[in-house]
Design a protein around this ligand. Structure first.
Ligand code: NIG
Ligand code: FE
Length: 401
């Protein structure tokens, strides 16, 4: 068993509540982290660091847990740059372009889809993302959804069946039949490759009754629930997610007071290592508002109500073609009035909560050795220096990348 010491860390973000300073980040100064067997073995003052087989000198820089991107749509073909240009010239975003990507995805080979996922996964890793959730949702046939998830599972354990992304054109006149297909043969083919089920619950996609039926079918097969909710307007998605014990409701751009109250009151028992509880997380996706020129979600209202907030990229070719968690952090701070500490927490520990994981998004003994060494002395620089590639080195499962 070989050991690796990350030494001479100027600012270590642990996300361990009650340790160090700078709540909620649990910051330690002049620290070191020992890695063994892909896990964090020890965290403490650099002056007390144990001996190790190898050493990385962080040279006084900031180190933080790898980003946890809990919402991404990486299995697709083609792009929609022209649709983006039209939006920037004043066209609204309606989600109607999803069907364009469905057509391109169905026409692509497995090899083409795999190459796109590989490229985007590598792009995200270079920017510090060590865990990424990957959804299907651009196949919308039994075979295309199953192959999307098979390919996704080659790159991540966090795979999500989104057969209910939109009703595909061939079912436009009979949406009930499409819901039956999703709940029956499509889910049966997809579930072996998925950990989660998601539905786009929105006007023009799936209404509350259809969404509830589909999510319940997924739950019956052991899948965890997540919901695309309240993105384009107010709607039933958030409260449906809370009702079903969803790990996360995502977007949350248009919320009523009742939606915020429902989220703030969620509290489920969990087997967390810290003995804590779990909630329905509100996952905010500011890349989507950026790229659709829409008003940003009101993060302050959620945080002030005590809701657990995560940040994710929503990486997809239509509404948010970015794989960059640092970009999302910068947007959240500048445009959504999150503090830099809240945004960094939401992009690491928050994403882990949204995936119901307690072994990532945190640096404590026993956690995955997923961490980022910045080219900067502090986590503040992620928002302070927007657009600058500040990730100097990534350790994924303890392996330098
Ligand atoms: O999360 N809103 C639904 N799905 C994606 C967008 C998909 C697309 O436009 O291709 C989202 O924003
Ligand atoms: Fe999405």
């Amino acid at each position: 068993m070989s050991s690796l010491l990350v030494d001479n860390i100027g600012e270590l973000v642990t996300n361990v509540a009650g340790s160090g300073v700078g709540a909620p980040l649990g910051i330690r100064r002049r620290a070191a982290v020992l890695v063994e067997d892909g896990e964090v073995a020890w965290v403490g003052p650099a002056a007390d660091a144990p001996a190790a087989d190898r050493r990385i000198d962080a040279a006084g820089a900031a180190v933080l847990p790898g980003f946890v991107d809990s919402h991404a749509h990486l299995v697709f073909a083609g792009d929609r740059a022209a649709e983006f240009a039209a939006r920037m010239a004043g066209e609204p975003y309606t989600g109607g372009g999803i069907r364009t990507t469905v057509g391109a995805t169905r026409a692509a080979s497995d090899g083409e889809l795999r190459a796109t996922v590989r490229r985007l996964r590598a792009e995200a890793l270079r920017q510090g993302t060590t865990t990424i959730e990957i959804k299907s949702g651009y196949g919308l046939t039994v075979a295309d959804e199953a192959r999307s998830l098979r390919i996704a599972a080659e790159f991540s354990a966090e795979t999500t069946f989104l057969g209910a992304h939109v009703v595909p054109a061939e079912y436009a006149a009979r949406p009930d039949d499409y819901v039956s297909l999703v709940c029956g043969p499509m889910l049966a083919a997809a579930a072996p490759h998925a950990r989660w089920i998601d539905v786009f619950c929105e006007r023009g996609a799936f209404d509350a009754d259809h969404a509830r039926a589909i999510l319940a079918c997924g739950q019956a097969l052991g899948l965890g629930v997540r919901v695309h909710a309240n993105q384009l307007g107010p709607g039933p998605g958030v409260q449906l997610g809370v009702d079903l014990g969803a790990a996360s409701v995502d977007h949350c751009t248009h919320l009523t007071d009742a939606d915020v109250d429902a989220l703030a009151s969620t509290r489920f028992d969990c087997m967390c290592a810290d003995g804590g509880h779990t909630t329905t997380v509100a996952t905010l996706l500011p890349g989507a508002e950026f790229s659709t020129r829409s008003p940003y979600p009101d993060a302050r209202r959620l945080l002030d109500a005590g809701v657990t907030v995560a940040l994710a990229t929503d990486c997809n070719p239509g509404s948010s073609y970015t794989s960059s968690m640092p970009f999302c952090i910068a947007l959240a701070v500048r445009e959504m009035r999150m503090t830099p500490a809240e945004a960094v927490w939401a992009a690491t520990a928050g994403g882990a909560r949204a995936l119901r994981r307690d072994d990532i998004g945190v640096l404590r003994p026993g956690a995955r050795a997923d961490l980022i060494i910045l080219d900067a002395p502090s986590h503040l620089h992620l928002a302070y220096r927007p657009g600058v590639p500040l990730v100097r080195q990534v350790l994924h499962n303890g392996v330098p990348r």
